[in-house]
Design a protein around this ligand. Structure first.
Ligand code: GDP
Length: 479
């Protein structure tokens, strides 16, 4: 640490020449534009009776993102945030439509639903927030950015088709995120519907339905004729009540950007979901490198609102640029702070910020991460050419768990390593192991960007050997 003599003089409120004179007495020849080190500056300052303290480089970002705990008396129940997942064509979109429709007809005003990326529906006077983009990829992509926006996943399984590969993916994505799963057995209006077969198949993935002695709630529904939709919403509320979802409406707002785009007339438009606190018109906010004052807010019924509390999605105007979907947003104390934080984010690079929060695990540094206490669980995604290999690997790898690290296969499936696998690995800090399969091109791109360790093998034994070695810090470096 150094200070230019001119600045030192200004701080000490003496003339620069005085300081140069002092320096000469100390045997240092210098001009006013030269720097002196901290100790020298201290010595000089002491002669003027001033105590020098090092100016701490306060990390403005760290300070800003810190979330002080709320007092329990300020915590209030908030509506659950729900996402719909499942295999393609099993009826995710139809179900969301049906849910919104039941709701619109029940409200006398008949508000026009606005597509803002999330919608609020009511069941017996209780609110439920639905994210409009169905699918586990969107869900996990958000989680990957460090924002956990969902409480409950509705898993849609078509009763005439049963559990399919993306059903399994959805189950594992939801489980890895630790969200509650409610099963909607859809298309029960169809002649070929067989809800019991769906229940049977779900058992294999750890979802045992209530009427079979398990804890998983399953509701038979039809997105086409509306059967069971009300019951489904009631179940969502029951589960949400059990999980005791709370937030503090009194604090500064923070939440997540659901979607955002540039509107020709209105500028950057973003849908935000408030997760905690209350967002008000006029509040300065930051979302990544975007910042601004909330100029106007609109709810999902297209109504102008002045404030949005926990779990409420609103469309906002006023940001200086279009933020990324999935980016967390925070309210700042002032416009100035909002700008400063955004500038710092640009300076540091948002990718860096995210990676700082979660060090990615790799086989090469697994041992040192275990030693440092950073890793207590090694999460693994297994992909193979045949189901038999997936199971064989799952069993052998789980056996490697020891006192220091537990090996957890968070997802196993047949087929190439997909982008969805990489997103899951990234969001859950996992490595990926492939047997006689390759990553798809898009998967490889994301894996490179997210620094996900993908290991490809032809022989199961080699994989086990590698992981065993990595756990002991004896893995041969990969060339
Ligand atoms: P997604 O890919 O999961 O979003 O599925 P969609 O909502 O697009 O539905 C796929 C197809 O299944 C569409 O043709 C729907 O009309 C149909 N479908 C969805 N739900 C039902 C249902 O409950 N009953 C029947 N008979 N068809 C349905």
């Amino acid at each position: 640490e150094k200070i230019v003599i001119k600045e030192l003089a200004e701080k000490l409120e003496v003339r620069s020449t005085e300081i140069i004179k002092e320096l000469m007495l100390m045997g240092i020849m210098a001009n006013i534009n030269q720097e002196v080190n901290f100790d020298t500056a201290t010595e000089i300052a002491e002669k003027y009776g001033i105590l020098v303290e090092k100016e701490d480089e306060v990390d403005i970002l760290e300070e800003f993102f810190k979330e002080a705990p709320s007092e329990s008396k300020d915590l209030k129940t908030r509506p659950p945030i729900v996402v719909v997942m499942g295999h393609v064509d099993h009826g995710k979109t139809s179900l969301l439509d049906a849910i919104r429709k039941t709701n619109v007809t029940s409200r006398e005003a008949g508000g026009i639903t606005q597509h803002i990326g999330a919608s609020v529906v009511e069941s017996n006077g209780n609110k439920i927030t639905f994210l409009d983009t169905p699918g586990h990829e969107a869900f996990t992509a958000m989680r990957m950015r460090g924002a956990m926006a969902t409480d409950i996943a509705i898993l849609v399984v078509a009763a005439d088709d049963g559990v399919m590969p993306q059903t399994i993916e959805a189950i594992n994505h939801a489980k890895a995120a630790g969200v509650e799963i409610i099963v909607a057995i859809n298309k029960i209006d169809k002649p070929g519907a067989n809800p019991d077969r769906v229940k049977q198949e779900l058992v294999e993935y750890g979802l045992v339905v209530e009427d079979w002695g398990g804890e998983t709630i399953a509701v038979p529904v039809s997105a086409i004729d509306g059967t069971g939709i009300d019951t489904l919403l009631e179940m969502v509320l029951i589960v949400s009540e059990m999980t005791e979802l709370k937030a503090n409406p009194k604090r500064n707002a923070r939440g997540i950007i659901i979607e955002a785009q540039l509107d020709k007339g209105r500028g950057p438009v973003a849908t935000v979901l408030v997760q905690n606190g209350t967002l008000r018109v006029g509040d300065p906010i930051v979302a990544g490198s975007a910042y601004g004052k909330v100029r106007a807010m609109m709810d999902d019924k297209g109504r102008r609102v002045k404030e949005a509390g926990p779990s409420k999605p609103v469309e906002i105007l006023g940001l200086n640029e279009v933020p990324f979907a999935g980016e967390p947003f925070y309210m700042a104390k002032s416009d100035r702070e909002a700008r400063q934080v955004a500038e710092k984010v640009i300076e540091k690079g948002r990718v860096d910020l995210i990676q700082n929060t979660a060090t990615k695990v790799t086989l090469d540094d697994l041992f040192s991460q275990i030693q440092a206490g950073k890793v207590k669980e090694l999460n693994i995604v297994v992909k193979a050419d045949v189901q038999g290999s997936v199971e064989a690997v799952r069993q052998s790898l789980q056996k490697l768990s020891n006192d220091e690290v537990v090996i957890k296969i968070i997802h196993g499936g047949v087929g190439a390593v997909t982008e969805s696998d990489v997103l899951l690995a990234s969001a859950s800090n996992a490595i990926i192991i492939g047997f006689n399969v390759r990553p798809e091109t898009s998967a490889k791109t994301v894996a490179d960007r997210e620094k996900i360790d993908i290991r490809l093998y032809r022989i199961i034994y080699n994989a086990i050997e590698d992981i065993e070695a990595a756990m002991k810090g004896m893995l041969d470096p990969e060339f």
